[in-house]
Design a protein around this ligand. Structure first.
Ligand code: F6P
Length: 375
């Protein structure tokens, strides 16, 4: 293994809370513990390709840990091993431009990379490792759908936001006897809806893992009406689908590791409910990117910092080609080869998505206290 003196940080894929905490942990431990120099590439692999970076020092890594997003900016495009380029005649073709990135690293004396991202970003990290670059991956997502780690940073902050939003939405639901439908993110898994809905006192939670029957949702609302609870809060995961039906696609994004963007099922459910229960006003709120922003929670700050420090330790102890993971309360690692490139939903599904167990403890807890899944 080559002698590492200078490392580069890359943040790729959708942003989430805790990314800056990882940058903080990587930078400070690299400088203080290992005596390294650190640079941060702008906009994920785009910065590596165009040699756009900032020098990171103790001052620049200070005061960032609590801030959402990433000071390095991010991109969920730019696969340098299959890069989309426009020809003079306006047509597009895909080329492997990874050698340009490697040459840039060499020019700047960057010996190794810490890459923070989901499946698409970490698949490229694996490919750079195969090319001989020492790389360590750090998994990130708000969706909590990574089987390769028990939990990742970003999820906790999103849950706090969802819970807070549901508390607020309850006041209008109660004052107006309304049915409030709230759509949350999560791609093809229902973790955000389930844990956020449980903590935020949802009455009905619709998740991808339990296809719903709209008439069962109506039944639950009427049951609540019958005991004098003339309002209901329905949390809908963006990946929820009716029994025998399909997911609702918001848009497809060209040249993204996962081109499908879900969204809009909350609107669909709202219209269906309004027709079936005209006696109630039904209103729809989509929490969308509010779930990804804001101040990072204590949990995500602490986890992000630990992931960052561990990533540099792995690099410096000859464990390049691996990804940081949390198992129980222990930080450990797993080979990138074992976890990437198998995603069923793209950028956030390192190693195939981790789904909610429809008969697991969380779902059973919800059922026991009367929360309906529209089954
Ligand atoms: O994976 C994180 C996530 O926020 C998902 O919950 C959501 O489906 C997706 O990213 C949205 O992606 P984009 O930022 O490209 O719209």
């Amino acid at each position: 293994m080559k002698n590492i003196k200078k490392i580069g940080i890359i943040t790729g894929g959708g942003d989430c809370s805790g990314l800056n905490a990882v940058i903080d942990g990587v930078t400070k431990s690299a400088i203080r513990k290992h005596g390294l120099e650190v640079v941060g590439y702008y906009r994920g692999y785009h910065g590596l390709l165009n040699n756009e970076f900032m020098e990171l020092d103790l001052k620049k890594a200070s005061g960032i840990m609590h801030r959402g997003g990433t000071i390095l900016k991010s991109s969920n495009k730019d696969n340098l091993f299959n890069y989309r380029m426009q020809n003079e005649d306006g047509s597009f073709e895909h080329k492997d431009v990874s050698n340009v990135a490697v040459a840039n690293m060499k020019k700047e004396g960057v010996d190794a990379l810490v890459v923070i991202g989901g499946d698409g970003t970490l698949t490229s990290a694996r490919d750079f490792y195969r090319k001989g670059i020492p790389v360590v991956g750090v998994p990130k997502t708000i969706d909590n759908d990574l089987p390769a780690t028990d939990v990742t940073f970003g999820y906790n902050t999103s849950l706090e936001t969802i819970t807070d939003a549901l508390d607020k939405i309850h006041t209008t639901a109660h004052s107006h006897d309304r049915i409030m439908v709230v759509e949350v993110m999560g791609r093809n898994t229902g973790w955000l809806a389930l844990e956020g809905g449980l903590a935020g006192s949802a009455d009905i939670i619709l998740i991808p893992e339990i296809p719903y029957d709209i008439h069962k949702v109506v039944e639950k609302i009427k049951e609540r009406d019958s005991i004098g609870k003339n309002f209901s809060v329905v949390v809908v995961s963006e990946g929820a689908k009716p029994k025998g039906g399909e997911v609702t696609i918001r848009e497809t994004v060209e040249d993204s590791a996962d081109s499908i963007r879900l969204g809009g099922i909350g609107d669909v459910v709202t219209h269906q409910l309004q027709k079936l229960i005209p006696e109630h006003e039904v209103r729809y709120t989509n929490l969308a990117y509010i779930q990804r922003g804001g101040i990072t929670s204590q949990f995500d700050r602490a986890l992000g910092l630990q992931f960052g420090v561990k990533a540099v330790d792995l690099l410096m102890t000859g464990n390049a080609g691996s990804m940081v993971q949390l198992r129980g309360r222990k930080l450990t690692s797993i080979a990138l080869e074992e976890v990437v490139g198998r995603g069923e939903t793209g950028e956030t599904s390192v190693g195939g998505a981790k789904h909610v167990d429809p008969n697991g403890q969380l779902v059973e807890t919800c059922r026991a206290i009367g929360i309906s899944f529209g089954e």
